[in-house]
Design a protein around this ligand. Sequence first.
Ligand code: NAD
Ligand code: IPM
Ligand code: MN
Length: 357
Amino acid sequence: MTKSKRVAVLPGDGIGVDVLREAVRLLEAIDKKRPLSLDLWHLDLGADRYLRDKTTLPKETFEEVRDTCGAILLGALGDPRVPGLEHARDILFGFRFGLELYANVRTVKCLHDKLCPLKAKPASAVNFTVFRENTEGVYVGVGGQVRKGTPDEIAINEDINTRKGVERILRAAFDFAKEHGKTRVHMADKSNAMKHAHELWYRAFFELAKEYPGIEARHVYVDALCLYMIQEPENLQVIVTNNLFGDIVTDLGAALQGGLGMAPSGNINWARRGPALFEPVHGSAPPLAGKDLANPFASALTVGMMLDYLGYAGIESAIEDSVRDCVVAEECTRDVGGSLGTRASMDKLIARVSDRL
Ligand code: NAD
Ligand code: IPM
Ligand code: MN
């Protein structure tokens, strides 16, 4: 399928603005070496807009993105001036749920030994991909509060798991494994405690595994997965899990990559592969916002993922290799061992990527 070259650019809040400014500069620099012919459409959505006129994600904007864009490039959402985060949920979940981007694909790859926090493990030990279910679970918002503000208060968030929703993310993980020559998929749940919802995951996983005879299907409880991610990450290739667990284990995964400043992600409808949303795993990091401190490399790696998705070959690896070289040369921000600011780090990265293309 030929994808639209229109890309909605949504910086959002906090360091989302800082890092997307740099991501756009990277795209412009790439375009000079390899014409991408992308049509960038800048969306004024986020906390500022919400505080200005109460707009979160207008229906017509959502529909235009759905009908005309190949991808959305997002920074981050979350601002202390909107403590309830209602704008963030409307926008982020509006796209994730509305476009049925059920596969949140988070690459956990440590690019250099310097970045690996594990004693006696090389960077090569950390190289796996998490398939996080992205449209169900406790994120659906089914629930409520009763007797709010009283000692008898009750607060409920239901965990929604449908056969269709579970099966399609499991299938995406197996298909990805097959497409990428991987030999093992781990499915992480809490079926020992959550006997209704996660028994479904367990059963569906082993039923589906029969369709993928070349791939070893391993079940792991999510608490043990956290242990194995640290003790023996080299055994992990593809992990598939639910929405909440996937959110949590990918911040742990980011720590194995050198921090949140190094972790990219894509939100994809794996079956239709229509418009997809690409974003760094990190949030808006309010204490760093506007101070030229944020690491822009997670966004750069996210740009790589997006360009690969849009069908441009060879650019993702050029970005990844250049990020690695920048880290080795200490041409990077403080969180990954350098002393440069956001903008100067991207200048260095752009020079290296341009040389490679
Ligand atoms: P966060 O990811 O913003 O920050 C966690 C830690 O990582 C902080 O110490 C921060 O300084 C550091 N960090 C994150 N990104 C970095 C970068 N690029 N360079 C250097 N250091 C970086 O998570 P948080 O503090 O829990 O959340 C802040 C806000 O972001 C909240 O409103 C939260 O809801 C929101 N959030 C949004 C998204 C998203 O838009 N997809 C993701 C996560 C959190
Ligand atoms: C993420 C974030 C979001 C999530 C928040 C901001 C709702 O943590 O994208 O990882 O939990 O999905
Ligand atoms: Mn998260």
